[in-house]
Design a binder for this molecule. Structure first.
Ligand SMILES: [Cu+2]
Length: 510
């Protein structure tokens, strides 16, 4: 019996006691429901996905019936047996969950990888909201080792909405290791053909239909001539620093706009979009087209409603958006356009009998950068209680393209200085971006409230991933209530892989 299995039995008995108190108004105080007894089964597997007419070997995280990811009902426990059939060692991070440290799903000195062919058991109280799961090992996430993790709240059921979950991803036919090697200089032959492309006019020809020859581009120029680039104008510089990698396709629930998912919806109905940016290196603008949307949750946490038709979301983030369909019905694309680019992906909401026209994989115009304009409008419905700060940290986001190494306080992970806290403290972390790219920063183990952006205080969203734009800053606050050793890292996979990660470490807990 593994230690986790032992732990699970202990936790299960503790949970039963808690359930008697906490759920007594919802459930009869008799036997636990049937679902509580049997663990849900998930497997990390290899699969073949057809992208733009070509087969690609990717990963998946699926239930025995083929469902990707998990959808838990209100009150349901995260009781899961995860089998690794990936053909290699793996570990799955439950992004958005705040489990006990040992169950977080990140390999480190205290928690091993799940060996190929082995299984791991999990048992904890899940956190309601739109979340996801993904590999936290190597570059597996780039090969789609990612899936939704939806934890429904009782209020969701009362809304009378149809739930539509969309997992966004960026996709390359290349081996992700080659992509990274191309960036770090270990494989320049793969990137050298791109130097003439640039980001301006030469880029407009790329669509979701272009070939698989050039998975990296923009910054291949940087590696040859940082000096030259520094002399370029501000807009050009900004545009060139949006994206590290040129992808072959952008996926919404595994599909491109050549063959998108068409979701049947009701005329005059209401839909709760659960949008997940699971891309490794792409920030998206969500484009609702003709529909008005209302953002009601950020990273699974309810916010004061914010209306609009276009919303930015960076890697790792989730948005819950309510949309009202018109009484006359129709077909309504829900699109996600890559920042700085024309490429987009999406799904189609269609009422019965509606004509679904083809939506092109290229928008009419390139999108600007995803910025803080939405973040600045978000206000948590359940903010942190006011109290003095016990521990305040400032970290600098550093590193760059030449060499391709991303760091925190100029230190790559491994040479990092952990942020040390004690249980019970109110902690703030100010992240100052001194590098030439934006970074979506994600903290494991606890959600935080955004309390300042670019030095301006606000009572922002409670969430687990926040954008720190180029030349910008963000301050987050949280109560240290979940002892462990928690990663704090950039959710650009390539930035994390080259070092942009530190740890929040609770004293006397490990
Ligand atoms: Cu980054």
């Amino acid at each position: 019996m593994t230690s986790l299995q032992t732990r699970r039995r202990f936790l299960a008995s503790a949970a039963s006691v808690a359930a008697l108190g906490g759920l007594s108004t919802l459930l009869p105080a008799v036997a636990r429901p049937a679902w509580a007894a049997a663990p849900l089964r998930l497997a990390v597997e290899r699969r073949v996905l057809e992208v733009l007419g070509k087969p690609a070997s990717v990963f998946g995280i699926r239930q025995p019936d083929g469902t990707s990811g998990l959808f838990l009902d209100p009150g349901q426990r995260f009781l899961v047996d995860l089998a690794n059939r990936a053909g290699e060692d793996a570990i799955i991070h439950w992004h958005g969950m705040t489990p006990p440290y040992a169950q977080d799903g990140v390999a480190d000195a205290n928690r091993p990888l799940i060996r190929d062919g082995a299984s791991q058991s999990y048992d904890f109280e899940p956190r309601p909201g739109t979340h996801w799961m993904h590999s936290h090992h190597g570059l597996q996430e780039q090969r789609l080792m990612a899936a939704p993790l939806i934890v429904r709240a009782a209020e969701d059921r009362r809304e009378d909405t149809q739930e539509v979950t969309v997992l966004l991803h960026d996709f390359t036919f290349k081996d992700p290791a080659e992509v990274l090697a191309g960036l770090t200089g270990g494989g320049m032959e793969h990137g050298s053909m791109n130097h003439g492309g640039g980001h301006g006019g030469g880029h407009s020809g790329h669509g979701s239909g272009h070939g698989g020859a050039m998975p990296m581009m923009n910054h291949s120029m940087d590696m040859k001539g940082m000096g030259d680039m520094k002399g370029m104008g501000g807009m050009t510089m900004a545009a060139m620093d949006l994206n590290d990698v040129e992808y072959d396709a952008y996926l919404a629930n595994d599909r491109t706009l050549d063959d998108p998912e068409v979701v049947r919806v009701e005329r005059g109905g209401r839909v709760r979009l659960r949008l997940i940016n699971g891309a490794t290196s792409t920030a998206f603008h969500i484009d609702l087209g003709a529909l008005d949307g209302t953002v009601v949750a950020a990273d699974g946490n309810p916010v004061q409603p914010v209306t609009g038709r276009r919303f930015g979301m960076v890697m790792g983030q989730r948005l819950d958006i309510l949309v009202q369909l018109p009484a006359e019905g129709g077909a309504f694309p829900v699109l996600a356009q890559r920042e700085g680019e024309r490429q987009r992906t999406g799904i189609i909401l269609a009422t019965p009998g509606a004509t679904v026209n083809k939506t092109g994989g290229l928008a009419d115009a390139a999108a600007g950068p995803v910025d803080l304009s939405l973040e600045q409008r978000l206000t948590a419905l359940a903010p942190l209680a006011p109290r003095p700060t016990d521990a305040a940290f400032t970290i600098r986001l550093t590193g760059g393209m030449a060499p391709y190494v991303w760091t925190i306080d100029d230190r790559p992970f491994g040479e990092h200085r952990p942020l040390t806290v004690r249980k019970g403290q109110r902690v703030t972390v100010t992240m100052v971006n001194e590098s030439q790219m934006a970074h979506p920063m994600h903290l494991h183990g606890q959600h935080f409230q955004v309390t300042a952006l670019n030095g301006t205080a606000l009572a922002g969203a409670v969430r687990d991933t926040v954008l720190v734009p180029m030349n910008g800053s963000a301050t987050i606050a949280f109560d240290a209530d979940n002892p462990g050793r928690w990663p704090l890292h950039c959710h650009n996979l390539l930035h994390m892989a080259t070092g942009m990660m530190t740890e929040l470490v609770y004293e006397q807990t490990i």
